[in-house]
Design a protein around this ligand. Structure first.
Ligand SMILES: *Cc1c(COP(=O)(O)O)cnc(C)c1O
Length: 388
């Protein structure tokens, strides 16, 4: 992925291709007797540096060995076997997203954003416009962004979208964007690299928040950008250095440690999410049920062509705001909390934030790693109790 390690040794590249095998070994350095398998976090603002500053580790805002291991791991997951892909870790998903947008776009450029993307996008839009960048938006569903591409420099895709869970045909959008000379970034937060690999679908960047299912314990903020080595990634790297949007070594190490269980968590959580969606499908008070992995879902056909797993988020609408609030209060195994992807299930009434175009009774449920029977029973019981 990122070539020779800083210490001059090449990372052993696993022959195996299974996701479970890949995640437990991703990014590990070659074994050294008496050294830990995953070296601990390196806390350093500066490094010994006599003479010419030629090595990688000079100052802690530029490079850190703990990031190197994590970045190599993420690269192996986003683009297995592709040597020309580079990955950069950031302090948060928004730091990663902003680094791509603000390092690549200039005054007079046009960018196409999803109209139904992550809730911070309206703020991002205002900032882009303040810098003289034209922002167009179109919905994720139906590949509607296709019609907004003329003259654009960058297309931003979020698929599945959060929280609406619409899916677009990434390959089709990439082809159309590239034909018009536009770059394409895909927000891969919800899918994780075990759910979909945007670079293999032709995208120039896979960008994600590692805060969600990637690290999966609700205790770390992190982000990353993967892209083919070249001018654009050099610009993103320079942006990280200028803005200083860097992860702490402890967060980077926690993230790397957490990735070892990504396959276990993703398999469990997506299987349970499907079970929950199937149970909710039978409930008359539930409308607008969405899960990209549920046969019959509007996203299912496209999702099943480009995704390998469908994520842990299920969304649906209850008849009223009051009913949704009672439902959340009745849940015993599901915390009322924002964010998603953690081992403990969470749910929230999305409308409480404003911003997303969702009904008052709209619930975003993030399915954790609990026993599927327990979780389904808790959700159905809370639904029943909340009818009173
Ligand atoms: C949470 C999220 C982000 C932002 O990530 P942070 O780590 O909170 O900065 C971006 N995109 C999507 C789809 C998200 O869910």
């Amino acid at each position: 992925m990122s070539g020779p390690a800083a210490d001059g040794r090449d990372t052993p590249r696993p022959e195996s291709t299974g996701d479970g095998t890949r995640v437990v070994r991703a990014g590990l350095p070659e074994p050294v007797k008496y050294e830990p398998t995953l070296p601990g976090p390196v806390f350093a603002a500066h490094f010994h540096l006599p003479g010419e500053p030629t090595g990688p580790y000079t100052y802690g805002r530029d490079e850190n060995p703990t990031w190197t291991h994590l970045e190599r791991a993420l690269g192996e997951l986003e683009a297995p076997g592709q040597e020309d892909v580079e990955t950069l870790a950031f302090a948060s998903g928004m730091a990663a997203i902003s680094s791509v947008l603000f390092s690549l776009l200039r005054s007079g450029d046009t960018v196409v954003l999803p109209g139904d993307g992550y809730q911070v996008f309206p703020l991002v839009r205002a900032q882009l416009e303040a810098y003289g960048i034209e922002v167009r938006t179109a919905p994720t569903a139906g590949d509607a962004q296709l019609d907004a591409l003329e003259g654009a420099r960058l297309l931003w895709i979020e698929s599945p979208s959060n929280p609406g869970l619409d899916v677009c045909d990434i390959r089709r959008l990439v082809e159309a964007a590239h034909a018009r000379g536009a770059l394409v970034a895909v927000d891969n937060t919800l899918a994780t690299p075990l759910g979909q690999r945007p670079l293999e679908l032709g995208a120039d960047f896979s960008v994600a928040s590692g805060t969600k299912q990637l690290t999966g314990h609700g205790d770390v903020l992190l982000g990353y950008v993967s892209g083919r080595t070249g001018e654009a990634m050099t610009a993103v790297r320079r942006w990280r250095k200028i803005v200083g949007a860097i992860p702490g070594p402890m967060e980077a190490w926690l993230a790397h440690r957490s990735i070892a269980t990504l396959h276990l968590r993703v398999e469990r959580q997506s299987a349970t999410a499907l079970a929950v969606a199937e149970a909710l499908r039978a409930c008359p008070e539930v409308s607008g049920l969405r899960y990209p992995g549920l046969p019959g879902d509007p996203s299912y056909q496209v999702a099943s062509r480009q995704m390998r797993r469908y994520g842990c988020v299920v969304s649906f609408t209850l008849p009223t705001r009051a009913r949704a609030e009672r439902f959340l209060a009745e849940l015993r195994l599901v915390d009322d909390a924002t964010s998603f992807g953690g081992v403990r299930s969470t749910a929230e009434r999305r409308g409480r934030w404003g911003g997303d175009a969702v009904p008052e009774g709209f619930i975003r449920l993030s399915v954790g790693a609990e026993d599927p029977e327990d979780l389904v029973a808790d959700v159905l019981r809370a639904l029943k109790e909340s009818a009173r």
